[in-house]
Design a protein around this ligand. Structure first.
Ligand code: FAD
Length: 428
């Protein structure tokens, strides 16, 4: 048995169905629960804006504050420190004689690098990749043979009729394990500006980050009849109920996709299974697709040419990027989307596609600058889904058609025919 461990929360800010956390609880006598707000979050990116802006930061802090409360009910605390993650962990390991660090595995370059450096210290690092619906080991192929095209991937999964694993309960050892004595600053959560039109209003109690709210919202969703019409409404632009709004809860791991899947199956058994309910699963499969593709291609997702499957010519235009970010392009539909994103930290899937296509195709900007802006703003920022979708639209990811060039006027006519969306955001 490991004696003294750190559980290092990353994008898995929950107690239930957390495989890596259970492993830590079952293999340690003393434990310290830690979250590090890395110094890079407050630094500027190479595109010259803040890496993590107010909405995302606030949503994260709402979530860690809720996690701290949950841990306190078991006699523990969540210790939140700001600074260089590796240096902080190194210091705690030495000063508190830590044997093991347990955490979730994130397969993106910076997160991989942190683990690489930590592995050189005199401490065991035990990480589990646990943010997908399906376990990597369940895939009916070796990850290096992961299909590059989503449809092929989906058909493989359908054919094999593989079911996701059931969610795990929190280990009972949480009641026995002893806290390591440690002092850390009090967690403070910033207040956020209220914006009436927000499709995910994190200034309202129920929408604040955290496991409890995540569970409540998902339960509520599956107690309503919204799943029955999801496929018909999912491309809308305005409001709370047109899509599931699971992504912010999923991105920070306030809930796991396995937990959502369990609710979905229960709904289908009890009420109705139709094309719409299947489509919720279909979209969660997209989420998994980008995760597994990331494992296959790794850092290529951050290259200008992406996966390099198609030739890409980019002549980045910094002025155009600035106009896009500020919602000051010559297109008021695009501006409305960009203002919504900046003011609320959320944007519908359809609007994400439209503004991304505009940046890449009409404004000739490097797709990574757009991905980076989304990273800074989105409360549901997720490295795999964000860079995967951006590369897809820019034609340097996994789109078999070589990228998406949306006809903006056509999209406006379909999705904002009477200009209500533009009115909400351009006048805000
Ligand atoms: C350019 C661009 C960037 C994006 N960046 C992110 C991101 O950083 N984080 C993120 O979670 N999603 C991202 N998406 C995917 C998608 O827009 C959001 O997941 C979705 O809008 C969230 O709202 P929802 O939960 O109501 O989605 P719903 O339509 O209700 O979908 C249900 C769930 O399926 C998953 N899902 C749906 N569409 C996609 C998709 N295209 N790719 C991957 N998963 C999907 C999400 O987990 C979502 O919560 C991006 C899409 C585009 C086009």
């Amino acid at each position: 048995m490991e004696l003294r461990s750190i559980y290092w929360f990353r994008n898995d800010l929950r107690l239930s169905d957390n495989l890596s956390l259970n492993k830590a609880l079952d293999n340690s006598k003393y434990i310290l629960f830690l979250f590090v707000d890395d110094e890079s979050n407050r630094q500027h990116t190479s595109w010259e804006f803040m890496r993590t802006d107010t909405h995302r930061e606030t949503f994260i802090y709402q979530g860690i504050s809720s996690l701290d409360k949950a841990l306190k009910s078991y006699g523990h605390s969540l210790h939140v420190l700001k600074g260089n993650t590796v240096e902080i962990l190194n210091k705690i390991v030495k000063e508190h004689h830590i044997d093991s660090i347990f955490c979730e595995e994130i397969v993106a370059s910076e997160e991989n690098e942190q683990i690489k450096v930590l592995k050189k210290l005199n401490v065991n690092i035990k990480s589990i990749f646990q943010s997908s619906l399906f376990n990597v080991k369940q895939l009916p192929f070796d990850i290096k043979n992961m299909p590059d095209v989503f449809t092929k991937f989906r058909k493989c999964m359908d054919l094999e009729k593989i079911e996701p694993n059931n969610p795990e309960q929190l280990s009972d050892n949480i009641k026995n394990i002893l806290p390591i004595n440690f002092n850390s600053p009090k967690i403070t959560v910033k207040k956020i500006h209220r914006h009436k039109g927000s499709s995910f209003p994190i200034y309202i109690d129920n929408f604040m980050g955290g496991e409890l709210n995540a569970m409540e919202n998902i339960k509520k969703y599956f107690q309503s009849n919204l799943p029955q019409s999801y496929k018909d409404t999912r491309n809308n632009l305005i409001g709370i109920n047109f899509s599931t709004k699971f992504s912010p809860w999923l991105a920070l791991g306030f809930i796991s996709p396995r937990q959502i899947y369990a609710y979905l199956k229960h709904y289908e058994l009890k009420f109705l299974a139709n094309e719409s309910t299947y489509w919720i699963f279909f979209e969660l499969l997209w989420r998994d697709f980008f995760r597994f593709i990331f494992i296959k291609y790794g850092d290529k997702f951050f290259y200008k040419s992406g996966l390099g499957l198609n030739p890409v010519k980019i002549n980045h235009n910094a002025k155009n990027l600035e106009a896009w970010i500020k919602g000051k392009t010559s297109n008021s539909f695009i501006n409305a989307g960009m203002i919504e994103l900046y003011k609320t930290g959320f944007l519908s899937n359809r609007m994400r596609q439209i503004v991304a296509s505009y940046l890449v195709n009409e404004l000739s900007c490097d797709w990574r600058s757009g991905a980076s802006w989304f990273e800074s703003q989105l409360i549901d920022y997720d490295v795999y889904s964000n860079y995967g979708n951006w590369a897809y639209i820019a034609g340097c990811g996994t789109d078999p058609r070589g990228g998406r060039h949306f006809n903006i006027e056509k999209q406006r006519k379909i999705y904002d025919p009477d200009g209500i969306y533009q009115q909400i955001w351009n006048k805000s």
